[in-house]
Design a protein around this ligand. Structure first.
Ligand code: HOZ
Length: 426
């Protein structure tokens, strides 16, 4: 029995399933989760002394790699000053100002503690601003675990195949309308059927919770046009894509301006931070300026703010990071394709910027239905083979791999080599 196995056994006595977020439990792939001890740059080190090349990167935040010296130093300095005040600090304004420079259309921003909070608050704001209650989301997209969004959601719900959401009253999801992503007609039909009732469309511009899925050409613009036509707000959930696909996220990459944008992951540099922001006119409805209420004891926490600020400052100053990440991910994709094609397996790889996912299926993956068509047995074998050869991938086909700037071409070659070894065992 490994130390990891022992820790997992103990954890299950006190924590449901032994984990504090379901997808970590390895239920989709079988076996026990690995307990980690430390991380540096591109690597994770587990409690048994094994090293892994990391493609989860804390589910996205660690874009610069683990324990970046500047982030560690900033945290150390802040911890000596204070850990929490529950009162305003200058650092909150500095981070807000920086985001205003980096991301189009963020006149005002409110910091929260997670992507879940960011999305649920943005929805409340959209409803308060438009005075309407219905909203449209997409099948397989995941906007955190607040009640209204857990209808046909991706991520852990897809991983665990949870279809009935116990604990969510049906009335709460009555106003949640669901469309199929990349289907131009379906979303338009929902607007026609619910003409003056739709407050917002919320979308992951590049969905990352059913693996990585690429929006069809013109699809995001189509959503923008429909929202304008029917007086609804367009909310880009950039929890995954924000500061990852480009300095200004998916808005910059696709040249689309959303009305509200939600953030998480990279924005906190590895600490728990979320945020929602957008046009001044809309954001001014938030308390204390307006009557849409939102609050948080630890919101704007100084440690979280400094980790986010230090990370975003580096991305802002060294914008070529995005190009370099893009090239590394492209290199990885090419290497994976060579190995998988030689094996003669059916597979699809979706990639954009530093987000990538491998699906073991025949047809292209463009929406939830095509994402669930993947061969789960092959995925399991692939996952465990890679883990055995020192590569840490998301333990579910319904998650995206995230690359970090700390990865070297040597690490990528090692990953491709691990794929070759894995494939001989499949
Ligand atoms: N927030 C991530 C959604 N894909 C996964 C993290 C988790 O659920 O633990």
């Amino acid at each position: 029995m490994t130390k990891s196995d022992k820790f997992f056994e103990e954890a299950q006595k006190y924590i449901p399933g032994g984990v504090n977020s379901p997808v970590r439990a390895f239920r989709q792939v079988g076996g026990n989760p690995i307990f980690m001890r430390s991380a540096l740059g591109a690597y994770l080190f587990d409690v048994d002394g094994n090293r892994y090349i990391d493609y989860i990167n804390s589910w996205g935040p660690m874009i610069l790699g683990h324990s970046h010296p500047k982030v560690v130093e900033a945290l150390r300095h802040q911890a000596e000053l204070a850990v929490s005040f529950g009162a305003p600090t200058e650092q909150e304004t500095k981070l807000a100002q920086l985001i205003n420079q980096m991301v189009p259309g963020v006149d005002l921003i409110r910091f929260v503690n997670s992507g879940t909070e960011a999305c649920m608050s943005a929805l409340r704001l959209a409803r308060g601003y438009t005075n309407r209650s219905k909203f449209i989301k997409f099948e397989g997209h995941y906007h955190g675990h607040s009640d209204a969004f857990l209808k046909k959601a991706g991520s852990g719900l897809a991983t665990l195949n949870i279809k009935v959401n116990a604990g969510i009253p049906s009335a709460v999801v009555e106003d949640t309308l669901v469309a199929s992503f990349n289907d131009f007609e379906e979303v338009e039909k929902l607007f026609i059927e619910n003409k003056n009732d739709i407050a917002a469309v919320i979308v992951e511009p590049v969905p990352g919770n059913m693996g990585c899925v690429i929006p069809k050409h013109g699809y995001l613009q189509h959503l923008r046009t429909l929202c304008d036509k029917y007086g609804a707000l367009l909310i880009f959930d950039e929890v995954m894509t924000g500061f990852r696909l480009a300095r200004g996220g998916a808005q910059e990459l696709f040249d689309i301006q959303a009305d509200l944008i939600t953030f998480g992951k990279v924005i906190g540099g590895g600490l728990p931070v979320g945020a929602f922001g957008g046009k001044k006119e809309i954001m001014s409805k938030i308390a204390p300026l307006g009557e849409v209420y939102q609050a948080g004891t630890l919101s704007g926490n100084p440690l979280a703010m400094i980790a986010g600020y230090t990370t975003l400052s580096m991305l802002n100053e060294k914008v070529e990071i995005y190009n370099s990440l893009h090239k590394k991910t492209e290199y990885l994709e090419k290497g994976l394709r060579e190995v998988l094609s030689k094996k003669g397996l059916l597979y699809v790889i979706n990639r954009i910027g530093s987000m990538i996912s491998v699906h073991f299926c025949e047809n292209e993956v463009t929406d939830f239905k095509s994402a669930v068509a993947g061969n789960n047995d092959t995925f399991k074998k692939f996952f465990h083979g890679m883990l055995k050869h020192g590569v840490y991938l998301p333990p579910s086909p319904f998650e995206t791999w995230f690359l970090s700037d700390a990865l070297t071409y040597g690490d990528l070659d090692e990953t491709i080599e691990a794929t070759t070894k894995t494939m001989t065992g499949i």
